[in-house]
Write a protein that binds this ligand. Structure first.
Ligand SMILES: C[S@@+](CC[C@H](N)C(=O)[O-])C[C@H]1O[C@@H](n2cnc3c(N)ncnc32)[C@H](O)[C@@H]1O
Length: 249
């Protein structure tokens, strides 16, 4: 808690903005199947324990997909994203919700504002998310909850296709900043900021879109294997998504 923050492995923000602004210009950013998104929101509700009416910040909200789903569950939501063009898209899609342009490492909010923070597919966009964890702690009320979902480096598909150390790594549709996470390492980042943390895993989510056209043809096979193989109990640590959650003690 309150430790000096290393700048090692800093996120290249210009590349992040350029990538997602470009995405927004071409199409909406909404890559998961509806059931996958519903499963993630259900996990948020279960693991955060937050009740409808709680004030929740969706960090890395993109075009507002999860901000909107949280609002449907009765949370008072605000979305934050670094991509100006995705924020414009989010405001068009959800005119009744507040969306703010800003950086997760230096959020434009007063301390102690939120009951909950959702890091929606965001933490893996930072080579080192320590400063994000510190700012999440700052904006949360005492006892406030956070919840993050990210691709799991222990999942063979995520590693083969999305980890820069894999011989089959594809740069298509990802920024240079991102890589799948190791559950214990991400949990450690939040523990160092004084959070009580737990890690969980999700399978059977299903993608509706990947940027590479060649890979897109394999999506039904990937979705099937994910649903049949990685939902088996002994496969738990190898499931495609890591859920990291905790509270500010
Ligand atoms: C994988 S996308 C997830 C988008 C959305 N949550 C969803 O699931 O559809 C990651 C998002 O994080 C945003 N992002 C990346 N770095 C950020 C930063 N430093 N501060 C705020 N948002 C950031 C990107 O612009 C992008 O919208």
């Amino acid at each position: 808690m309150g430790q000096a923050v290393s700048t090692e492995g800093a996120q290249d923000k210009a590349k992040e903005v350029a990538f997602f602004d470009c995405f927004a210009a071409a199409e909406d950013y909404d890559v998961l199947l509806p059931k996958a998104k519903a499963d993630i929101i259900s996990a948020f509700v279960r693991l955060s324990g937050l009740k409808p009416g709680a004030r929740v910040l969706d960090v890395g909200c993109g075009s507002g997909t999860f901000t909107g789903l949280l609002a449907e569950r009765g949370y008072r939501t605000i979305g934050l994203d670094i991509s100006p063009k995705l924020i414009v898209l989010a405001r068009q899609k959800f005119p009744d919700t507040t969306f703010v342009e800003g950086d997760a490492e230096n959020m434009p909010f007063e301390a102690g504002q939120f009951d909950g923070v959702l890091l929606s597919g965001l933490a893996h966009h930072f080579p080192n998310p320590q400063r994000v964890a510190a700012d999440v702690r700052r904006v949360l009320k005492p006892g406030g909850r956070f919840f993050a979902f990210d691709p799991n480096r222990m999942n063979p598909f995520m590693w083969l296709y999305r980890d820069p150390t894999s011989p089959f790594y594809s740069r298509v549709g990802v920024t240079e900043n991102e890589r799948p996470v190791l559950a214990w390492r991400l949990a450690g980042v939040f523990r160092r900021e004084g959070f009580c943390v737990r890690s969980d895993y999700l399978a059977g989510l299903g993608y509706r879109y990947v940027a590479s056209q060649r890979t897109r043809g394999f999506l039904p096979i990937y979705n099937l294997i994910d649903r049949v193989v990685f939902t088996l109990p002994f496969m738990k640590p190898l499931r495609p998504f890591v859920l990291t959650s905790g509270f500010k003690s």
